[in-house]
Design a protein around this ligand. Structure first.
Ligand code: SF4
Length: 395
């Protein structure tokens, strides 16, 4: 798989077409298991399981599904002793690094480190009798090479800071995070990443901006309790987009009231939209209007379904008429402009054929396969890519 190195991908004929992003904020690099976070590492996508962690089989099954959808790091909640006892098996069998999410019991932090978890998340607002354990935790984490995420959450902000600021302001979130960092720093421990989550993207964006300016720790972006899929997707896209386009953010978790696989899909799409990850299939389809001579919505859906999981990055324009069709199709790898019951098929901006409307989807798929072939990529019946050009494949 070819992914960006944390900078916008500008490939082939796309060169010069995408707006260059600002440089990524310089953050220190930590390793969450095998996944680098921070520095110039690509922005990673993570999610969290919704199973009972103590149910090892169900948790591993969900981690497998998340991994298949592109999740790179997974977090599991550890609210009980049973969950803590499940960690060694989960950490050992998970194909991606596992972060233990600890809220109330410092003893589970040690259990997670001993279990081989790749990192531990602690919430300074929730964890009890935590401050006097920091030295011990820092030593254990240092010895095991396990980073700590200091995960501040607006809904569980330290009471002292709530009293000081009156509510979970950006300043309060940042102060809480930096205070907790300072406790670890006193023990020479800096293997830290931070999140300062809020359900309001405006507050969240400001909090991360302040935090980014105040430290060099890698930042885990999240809009907490973002809501059901539709609302949560928009909130996350707006907030992450604002921050990532300014170079802020090293790993992301989209929080949705939806199956976690959906979080990964949204997170991946956000990174692709920002040019921070190589795009897979990108459909450029028009919204349709009174000039449309084809059902654009259905056509776009059919093309999306027909090329789903196509392993080669492709930009495909699906346009309802010839007004804007040729222009968009010229910018795409592949395109169709429809009219009068026919579709003009474009490849790299040139009309290669005109086919009846009923053959548009199959023709686009054929042309997509041809493009792959020309790139030296062979696509097997199972959709897997091989051949000398396969290094550009998106998985
Ligand atoms: S491409 Fe044609 S049908 Fe689609 S929105 Fe533009 S003018 Fe309307």
């Amino acid at each position: 798989m070819s992914v960006s190195l944390g900078i916008p991908m500008v490939r082939g004929e796309d060169a010069g077409r995408r707006t260059p992003a600002v440089p990524r904020r310089k953050s220190r690099r930590i390793m969450v298991g095998s996944v680098p976070v921070g520095g110039d590492a690509p922005v990673s996508v993570q999610s969290m399981t919704t199973t009972l962690t103590a149910d090892v089989n169900a948790t591993l099954q969900q981690i497998a599904e998340l991994t298949a959808s592109g999740c790179q790091i997974v977090r599991v909640a550890v609210p009980s002793q049973d969950d803590a006892e499940a960690l060694p098996q989960i950490a050992r069998k998970s194909p991606i690094p596992v972060i233990a999410d600890i809220h109330f019991q410092p003893k589970y932090v040690f259990a997670a480190i001993d279990a081989g978890c790749a990192a531990v998340r602690v919430n300074p607002g929730n964890i009890k009798k935590f401050d006097d354990k920091v030295g011990e935790i820092a030593r254990a984490a240092q010895d095991a090479g396990v980073p700590i995420r200091i995960g501040v959450n607006a809904g569980s902000l330290d009471k002292r800071l709530l009293e000081k600021y009156g509510r979970a302001t950006p300043e309060a979130l940042v102060e809480s995070a930096l205070w907790e960092c300072s406790l670890f720093e006193e023990h020479g421990f800096r293997d830290i990443k931070i999140s300062v989550k809020h359900n309001d993207p405006v507050v969240m964006i400001e909090a991360y901006r302040q935090l980014a300016a105040a430290c060099d720790y890698p930042l885990h972006l999240g809009v907490t309790e973002a809501g059901p899929a539709f609302q949560g997707t928009i909130k996350s896209a707006v907030a992450f987009g604002a921050l990532l386009s300014q170079g802020i953010g090293d790993t992301i978790r989209v929080s949705l009231s939806a199956p976690p696989v959906e979080e990964v899909k949204v997170g991946t799409q956000i990174l692709e939209s920002l040019g921070l990850r190589e795009r897979g299939l990108e459909i450029v389809s028009c919204p349709s209007c009174g000039r449309a001579q084809v059902d654009v919505y259905t056509l776009a859906e059919e093309v999306t379904a027909g090329l789903k999981d196509f392993p080669v990055p492709l930009r495909v324009a699906v346009m309802g008429c010839v007004v804007n069709g040729p222009g968009e199709a010229r910018e795409a790898d592949l395109g169709v402009a429809s009219g009068n019951g026919k579709g003009q098929i474009f490849v790299k901006g040139e009309v290669v054929k005109t086919v009846p409307e009923a053959q548009i989807v199959e023709t686009l798929i054929e042309e997509a396969m041809r493009i792959a072939e020309e790139m030296g990529i062979e696509i097997g019946e199972d959709g897997a890519a091989s051949g000398p050009g396969a290094e550009v494949v998106v998985s």
